[in-house]
Design a protein around this ligand. Structure first.
Ligand code: GMT
Length: 379
């Protein structure tokens, strides 16, 4: 099959999932064409089945807002026609689903009816999509897609709650490459971070409001008096300054390391004992799955798709958003003795295995077949 993938090329979850999916499809023998405005962050190698088409926009003084959607639609028309693609898979509704719709209409004038699959990832529905300035276009373009997927049952329900959707949505959960995300021995690194064998807690995110990174620091502040520990904060974003400020106010900066944006996240997870994800909204929680794959249990909120991933009392614990007291108590109960921590680590790993790439990617492949057949039959 020849598949075009449109996504945000950044470190964000939707871009990561799209890129890992493209790489896995290429490995399975499909020809995969990424169509994005820069090379996807996780597209760190090329194989004979992987192609990358950059969307470029010529600057013009009139353009206060460069017309990215027009440039992307034109590029999609071009790539579908000349590479003879069988299907376009767009990740994140805004603006990719409506751009794909436009490209599909243009391609009809060339006698091509390209099947479009849209995957909804979370904030495109829960935060951005339902914004009145976007919602008519989001509703229309989801309804016009030939196949729609969400990354969790919860996101599917929210999509039906917020928008007037008149079609089926298939849930295909996110997945993990266990060859990459596995617990590797990094004793020297661990000793550098925790010289007195302290427990190591970790949080990775884009430091946006929705991630509630300040809660991570507040939870950690409650843990240190009971459990000697260190906190690694990985990532960067708008809330980083507030978080640093809070750590200074609480006088716990000696116990916290801000690592900024990191590529080899699995190495950091490999030395970690507990992952904290107190998000205010989270359609799936890919970062938590990456942690679990590296045998790191998860303290999370119970919002969105998180209960579909993190099993309460097994792979970690779930609490109401903002309940930092309970999150700290649960963290202490996991970290308090080696045997309990070991059991949670094993359970987290076992749970992650259920989301192994080789189990989930074939679901996408058969969904593509189904959508292609449906479009061929004209319904
Ligand atoms: O979480 C973010 O801010 C990034 C966002 C994205 O689209 O890049 O992540 C969303 O998609 C991920 C991949 O499907 C999910 O694992 C995240 O839970 C989801 N984020 C939210 O729903 C807040």
């Amino acid at each position: 099959m020849k598949i075009g993938i449109v996504c945000y090329p950044t470190f964000g979850g939707s871009g990561v999932v799209a890129t890992e999916l493209g790489k896995a499809l290429a490995n399975n023998g499909h020809q995969v064409h990424f169509i994005t405005y820069s090379q996807p962050a996780r597209l760190d190698f090329f194989s004979e089945n992987l192609y990358y088409h950059e969307v470029t926009i010529n600057q013009y003084p009139l353009f206060d807002f460069p017309p990215y959607e027009t440039a992307l639609a034109s590029k999609l028309v071009d790539v579908v026609r000349f590479e003879k693609l069988d299907l376009l898979h767009v990740h994140y509704a805004i603006p990719h689903a409506s751009v794909a719709f436009l490209a599909k209409q243009i391609l009809k004038s060339y006698g091509i009816n390209i099947p479009i699959v849209t995957t909804l990832h979370g904030t495109d529905i829960t935060l951005v999509g339902k914004d009145k300035s976007f919602s008519p276009v989001v509703t229309f373009s989801i309804n016009q897609s030939d196949g729609v997927t969400t990354v969790s049952e919860s996101l599917k329900e929210q999509t039906f709650d917020y928008f007037a959707i008149d079609k089926n949505i298939k849930v295909i959960p996110n997945f993990i490459d266990l060859n990459r995300f596995q617990n590797k021995n990094h004793e020297h690194f661990k000793r550098a971070i925790a010289p007195n064998n302290e427990r190591i807690l970790v949080h990775t995110s884009n430091f946006r409001r929705v991630k509630r990174v300040e809660d991570v620091v507040l939870i950690f502040h409650k843990i240190i008096p009971h459990i000697p520990s260190k906190l690694l904060l990985v990532g960067d974003g708008p809330d980083r300054n507030n978080v640093e400020e809070l750590a200074r106010e609480l006088d716990i900066t000696d116990h916290i390391r801000f690592l900024g944006k990191q590529d080899a996240i699995e190495e950091i997870l490999s030395i970690s004992d507990l992952f904290i994800m107190p998000s205010g909204s989270e359609s799936f929680g890919l970062a938590a799955l990456e942690a679990m794959a590296c045998r790191v249990p998860v303290i999370s909120s119970n919002t969105g798709g998180l209960p579909e991933l993190n099993k309460n009392g097994i792979s970690g614990y779930l609490s109401d958003v903002g309940d930092i007291d309970e999150m700290a108590e649960n963290a202490i109960s996991i970290l308090k003795d080696d045997q309990t921590l070991h059991d949670f680590k094993e359970n987290a790993h076992k749970r992650a295995q259920e989301f192994e790439l080789s189990k989930i990617v074939p679901i996408y492949e058969s969904f593509y077949e189904e959508v292609i057949q449906k479009v061929k039959k004209g319904n």
